[in-house]
Design a protein around this ligand. Structure first.
Ligand code: GLV
Length: 350
């Protein structure tokens, strides 16, 4: 008798034509509309699934996987994966993947766009105009801060940070960066970026962009003390994760004139945004869209689909998902991890 087809849960509506590739190998369950799940609903869905295509909306940890006996792989559609408890997945032998690279340039573009909108007060002045308050041109209205010739600080110098640094060259900016580990000298030279410690980055940046991964170690890395070290004329932009910033301290600094402006694409409790931030004129707020060009979002879904097919032991990369986050899960699942398709394919299917 033929083995029953394995099941994949796609947590949100993505691009049907791309997600449809999963149906060649698996039975696919996907919602017709955007969903907000409770942890219990996620646990129920995982219990039925061999594989999952998840987005950053779905938090998956110890409790959600407790009853997920058949679950072998989770492909996150995003480069960040702080929605996944990777240690718990690894221990349970569940492979996890993400979607790096395909979103680097689009996200770096957006980082720059948000920086420009913030420093040059673009959305604030548009709101003002639409409110009918532009009654006379005046020489000193909506004065912002220059990008060209200024010092750009980048906190987190991975692929996206480096993409932003490369763009800054065209704006004739001096680029400082801080990262857990210093980049090789040739990469620094290619980005024309200088490594500094965090205190110097905070003190010297005219514009500071956050592009580092969120983790317990980076939680509220920008708190009241860090904000106090920044120039009162500085701009702060966050395109990484909301939890990097103590948002209440930020709102207080912005309201008190201790920081000029902020551009935020991500929020600690998103989609909720603190009323203290919403009330401020000198903050640009966008709904987590840094990777949101059509081409890039399609590429992310496509890569996640490839990852999931491979992680479940099918397709040309069977057993070798291109963007495996937790190689140790192979060992925990009793797989050697040192072979290509065949050996893993069989084992992962078990
Ligand atoms: C989006 O925030 C991502 O991590 O891809």
């Amino acid at each position: 008798m033929a083995e029953p087809r394995r099941r994949v849960w796609v947590s949100q509506p993505l691009f049907d034509d791309i997600v449809g590739r999963l149906a060649v190998h698996f039975d696919v369950a996907a919602p017709a509309r955007v969903m907000e799940y409770t942890p219990v609903q996620i646990a129920d869905a995982l219990r039925q699934a061999d594989g999952v295509l998840a987005t950053l909306n779905e938090r998956i940890g110890v409790e959600e996987i407790a009853g997920a006996a058949r679950l072998r792989a989770i492909a996150n559609v995003g480069v960040g994966y702080n929605n996944l408890d990777v240690a718990a997945l690894t221990q349970a032998g569940i492979l996890a993947t993400n979607t790096p690279d395909v979103l680097t340039e689009t996200t770096a573009d957006f980082g720059f766009a948000l920086l420009m909108a913030t420093a040059r007060r673009i959305t604030e002045s548009e709101r003002w105009l639409r409110e009918g308050r532009w009654t006379q041109w005046s020489f000193d209205s909506m004065l912002g801060a220059d990008l060209h010739g200024s010092t750009l600080g980048i906190l987190g110098m991975g692929r996206i940070g480096q993409g932003i640094a490369r763009r800054a060259v065209g704006f004739d900016m001096r680029v400082l960066y801080h990262n857990r580990s210093r980049l090789p000298v040739d990469t620094e030279q290619a980005c024309r970026a200088e490594y500094v410690d965090l205190d110097r980055l905070l003190a010297q940046s005219d514009h500071l962009l956050l592009v580092l991964p969120y983790s317990p170690q980076s939680h509220h890395i920008i708190d009241a003390a860090a904000l106090a070290k920044m120039k009162p004329t500085a701009t702060l932009v966050n395109i990484a994760r909301g939890g990097l910033i103590d948002e209440l301290a930020l709102a207080q600094a912005l309201a008190g004139g201790r920081l000029a402006a902020a551009g935020l694409d991500v929020f600690e409790g998103e989609p909720a945004v603190r009323p203290e931030l919403l009330a401020l004129r000198n903050v640009v707020l966008t709904p987590h869209i840094a990777s949101g060009s059509l081409a890039t979002r399609r590429a992310m879904v496509s890569l996640a689909v490839d990852n999931l097919i491979a992680a479940l032991g099918e397709g040309p990369a069977a057993g070798n998902p291109p963007n495996l986050i937790n190689g140790d899960a192979l060992r925990a699942a009793g797989l050697t991890g040192n072979t290509g398709g065949g050996a893993r394919k069989t084992a992962i299917k078990r």
